[in-house]
Design a protein around this ligand. Structure first.
Ligand SMILES: NC(=O)c1ccc[n+]([C@@H]2O[C@H](COP(=O)([O-])OP(=O)(O)OC[C@H]3O[C@@H](n4cnc5c(N)ncnc54)[C@H](OP(=O)(O)O)[C@@H]3O)[C@@H](O)[C@H]2O)c1
Length: 284
């Protein structure tokens, strides 16, 4: 049976490489990002490259804005109607903003998209995932979480952040806490949930970094295929199923910050996120 794989942010960077690898191994891949034209072009390129090497996987592009909760709900409902299984959900979409800004729903953009958007998506796709034997969730986290601290009062108050780096690090910390708590909640359903750090990778995510920092940072960045390796392994390799609720670097469990390992904090974030999402989706 062909696996159904969803990848948020699959039209570029690390997500693109994960999409191409899943198509190469025969999966049906759905890439979902805001820019549909860019996603369709990416899907076409991946399909053409797969065809030239005789691969049998398939790919399609759908529009999804993780910063718009109503759009996330519509997207999840659409997938729920179309699919009868979801083997892999790769929660990868992300952004770095120069300075902090608010989404239309009032949430700070980085936590709003990388944490709240993905959380809402998983609420919508939960049934599909737990109904799929051996399902996997893979989250693209970051070593940057080690610079992060959860300051709940900043979630809907971007200006309370001192720097954009702190807001990004907080969102990546939330990714790890979410991974650990989701694994605890879905483990009994035969779903494995893990996250990974790709390395410092040359992608579009750094375009908003101020010029001189981007230039300096650019000298240490490596390629997207290397960055995607652990994510591909978590999504595709049988051996990866031994891990649950882990943070991996280079296909191996790696150390996380004290905050990221704090299970009380993970539960508090979960409850806080549920409550805020309920309030936000009730008020539209
Ligand atoms: N590059 C690194 O060094 C590095 C290091 C550690 C972790 N990461 C993580 O890796 C992940 C992928 O980033 P990348 O480096 O590959 O950057 P990228 O090439 O810029 O990819 C980001 C992806 O996210 C999508 N996206 C952004 N906002 C979105 C939204 N509101 N709704 C849906 N999709 C959205 C983008 O597509 P659209 O613009 O079309 O929406 C794009 O496909 C991120 O979670 C990032 O935090 C990256």
């Amino acid at each position: 049976m062909q696996r159904q794989v969803l990848i948020t942010g699959g039209n570029s960077g690390i997500g693109y490489e994960m999409a191409a690898a899943c198509v190469d191994q025969g999966d049906h891949v759905i890439i979902a990002s805001r820019d549909l034209a860019k996603s369709q072009a990416a899907a076409e390129t991946i399909a053409q490259e797969a065809a030239t090497t005789g691969q049998i996987g398939t790919i399609e592009a759908l529009a999804l804005d993780l910063g718009d909760l109503a759009d996330v709900d519509r997207f999840a409902a659409r997938l729920g109607q179309r699919l009868d299984r979801l083997d892999v959900a790769i929660l990868n979409a992300g952004l770095f903003t120069n300075g902090t800004r608010a989404l239309g729903n009032g949430l700070e953009a980085m936590i709003g998209i990388m944490h709240f958007g993905h959380f809402r998506l998983m609420q919508g796709l939960r049934e599909l995932l737990v109904a799929t034997p051996g399902a996997r969730v893979v989250v693209t986290a970051s070593v940057a979480h080690k610079l992060g601290r959860l300051r709940f009062e900043t979630f809907d108050a971007p200006k309370k952040h001192w720097t954009a780096i702190q807001a990004y690090a907080q969102a990546k910390l939330a990714n790890i806490l979410f991974t650990r708590e989701l694994a605890a909640r879905l483990g009994e359903h035969d779903v494995v949930v893990n996250c990974f750090h790709p390395g410092a990778i040359a992608t579009g995510i750094w375009t908003e970094l101020p010029g001189p920092i981007r230039k300096l940072f650019g000298t240490v960045l490596t390629d997207t295929r290397t960055g995607a390796d652990t994510g591909i392994w978590l999504a595709c390799d049988d051996a990866a199923r031994q891990h649950q609720g882990q943070y991996l670097v280079g296909r191996k469990p790696a150390s996380i910050s004290r905050s990221a390992g704090d299970s009380d904090l993970a539960r508090r974030l979960w409850r806080d996120t549920e409550q805020r999402l309920e309030a936000l989706t009730q008020t539209g």
